[in-house]
Design a protein around this ligand. Structure first.
Ligand code: HEC
Length: 155
């Protein structure tokens, strides 16, 4: 799917969400999560490991960097205001592992597309491990648990 198709799809889902809200159907605020979606764990059910982080990084580079940037900061992107994924203080749709999972799987806001069709749940939880590894130091797993040293987090 091209970016344009993704964005159109995200916009369509968002407007469906508005329509659902208008007809009184419940919809999680600020997300396109279907009302009948199974509950999402608040904490990553995949144990942290270097391998999980590496797998997550591969998914990130393949699916996310095009909008969020190589380093997650979305600085080079002029087409969208994609979130800075290294800075939870600026996130609008929640900061728990479960929030990251939901926003990746079902999309967020108007322009964050859903990845339900591209990534299975295990792959998304690996991605959450990677996102933690480029986030603030205090939210990263302890070095004893093994953190992938990337250009972004080696500082
Ligand atoms: C087509 C461009 C695009 C792609 C590809 C994309 N994103 Fe996003 N993403 C966005 C935009 C734009 C926003 C901001 C949405 C808003 O604020 O309305 C966003 C927001 C988010 C958020 C919510 C941040 C907050 O404010 O709470 C998360 C989490 C996220 N993206 C993760 C990912 C992950 C993980 C991937 C790869 C699987 C990904 N994104 C791929 C454009 C994209």
């Amino acid at each position: 799917m091209t970016i344009v198709q993704r964005v159109l799809q995200a916009a369509t889902l968002a407007s469906l969400g508005l329509a659902a809200a208008a007809t009184g159907q419940s919809e999680a605020p600020g997300t396109t999560e279907p009302a009948d979606a199974p509950a999402i764990a608040a904490v990553n059910p995949t144990p942290h490991s270097q391998d999980a982080e590496r797998r997550g990084r591969t998914h990130y580079l393949r699916h996310c960097q095009i909008c969020h940037g190589f380093d997650g900061r979305a600085l080079e992107n002029i087409d969208f205001e994609a979130a800075d994924l290294t800075d939870p203080d600026r996130w609008l749709f929640g900061t728990t592992d479960g929030d990251l999972f939901r926003n990746t799987k079902f999309g967020a806001g108007l322009d964050m597309p859903p990845f339900e069709a591209e990534l299975d749940d295990e792959e998304i939880w690996d991605l959450v491990h990677y996102l933690r590894s480029i986030g603030p130091r205090e939210l990263r797993p302890s070095p004893a648990e093994g953190t992938v040293q990337t250009k972004e987090n080696r500082r």
